[in-house]
Design a protein around this ligand. Structure first.
Ligand code: SF4
Length: 386
């Protein structure tokens, strides 16, 4: 697949990394991915659409970062652009994506900026250091090849020293690790169930022991029972193979189960970032609250699903101020004119982009937006409705 990179000057502010926006960069050997001020556009000139705006985050080794948001929030564009798999008219317009390719036992540290890496470097990095599990296994697997051929091709390309028998043995080991019998390697994709196909994709992604696996809504097309089984298997696989993961989904309640940290995206920007349990217990951004209230909880008491009113904005015609203001039940007058910056709340590794929480003239106390908050609490938070 071809990757596109825009050489033109960045379209975002070239401000340097700010510690108020991101966690401090951990010691070199502690991070697998470090993304700074990363932006992506579709098209150019007057038809240009800003799909990902100035995203920064750091993913530690063996950790799971969840990326949540509705369709069109930019979450898939973010990971495809980061790995240079985004096709035209998608263009990277600024930023740095440092991947730490150091394996345990390596003498020195090696980091590659994926934004500037050559195609040759990218070919070496993909699959060996970073791999992707796509949403639709049916369209990702070659329909005219038995799935064993996919394993064989990957291993033959990246491990030319392996014999055919060794490749078959490795493929059998991989499918066994996702709970499938070796005979599944001799089947065509259409002979497998949706869950089996997705397990094959996960096993393929792990073929070369990558440090980072990106899961793009891997369970969205599956029934809830299979979804649950695959989520449990992913936990086991992580414990065995110790890879870091970026898990993308629109179902925040699912993410809370597997992620260490979650970023919530809206209209191409991060609007909240927090440890998974903190975000689940007390979401600070009204959009996060809306997402949590859009899906039934996996555990605990049943609650009414309220959803989020309205639709995500048209990226080609974004509103002024906070991009969420037309759908936000807490919107204040300033929300229509001024865009809130993503700001660290200072009490933890949490950041939020919302005027309810960002200090400034007349606003100093972060308002707790808890899913258990009473209507009165919320009315208090909403004292300046337009
Ligand atoms: Fe709602 Fe205003 Fe916060 Fe945006 S900045 S989420 S409109 S309260």
């Amino acid at each position: 697949m071809s990757a596109e990179r825009l050489e033109a000057p960045p379209l975002v502010d070239e401000r340097s990394r700010s510690d108020s926006l991101v966690s401090p960069l951990p010691a070199r050997s502690d991070f697998v991915l470090d993304v700074s001020n990363f932006s992506v556009v579709y098209g150019t000139g007057e038809h240009m659409v800003r799909a990902v705006n100035d995203i920064s985050f750091t993913l530690r080794r063996s950790a799971v970062l969840g990326v949540a948001g509705e369709s069109g929030s930019g979450k898939s564009t973010l990971v495809y652009a980061m790995t240079r798999l985004l096709r035209a008219p998608g263009l990277i317009s600024g930023g740095v994506v440092n991947l730490n390719t150091t394996r345990s036992g390596d003498a020195g540290e090696e980091t590659v900026n994926l934004v500037t890496a050559s195609e040759k470097e990218l070919r070496k990095i993909r699959w060996s250091h970073v791999s992707i599990v796509l949403q639709s296994a049916l369209s990702a697997l070659n329909p005219v090849l038995r799935v064993g051929r996919d394993f064989d091709e990957v291993l033959k390309t990246h491990r030319p020293d392996m014999t055919r028998a060794q490749r078959r043995e490795r493929a059998a080991e991989l499918v066994s690790s996702v709970g499938l019998n070796e005979d599944r390697l001799d089947r065509f994709p259409h002979e497998l169930s949706g869950g089996q196909r997705q397990r094959i994709m996960i096993a393929l992604a792990l073929a070369l022991d990558p440090e980072l696996v990106i899961m793009d809504e891997p369970t969205t097309a599956l029934d809830v029972v299979t979804q649950r089984e695959i989520m449990n298997e992913l936990q086991d696989l992580r414990a065995r193979f110790d890879f870091a993961m970026i898990f993308i989904t629109h179902d925040l309640s699912l993410l809370v189960e597997i992620a260490d940290e979650i970023v919530v995206m809206y209209a191409g920007s991060i609007v909240e970032r927090a440890r998974a349990n903190e975000l689940y217990e007390a979401p600070r951004h009204p959009y996060t609250l809306g997402l949590l209230n859009s899906f039934p909880p996996m555990h605990g008491q049943r609650r009414e699903l309220t959803g989020i009113p309205g639709s995500p904005p048209d990226l080609a015609d974004l509103p002024t101020g906070c991009k969420f203001h037309s759908r936000c039940p807490y919107a204040m007058t300033r929300c229509r004119d001024e865009e809130p910056p993503l700001t660290s709340l200072g009490d933890s590794e949490r950041s939020v982009a919302c005027w309810l929480h960002v200090g400034g003239p007349g606003v100093s106390v972060p308002v707790e937006l808890s899913r258990d908050a009473t209507t009165k609490d919320r009315a208090h938070a909403n004292g300046e409705r337009p």
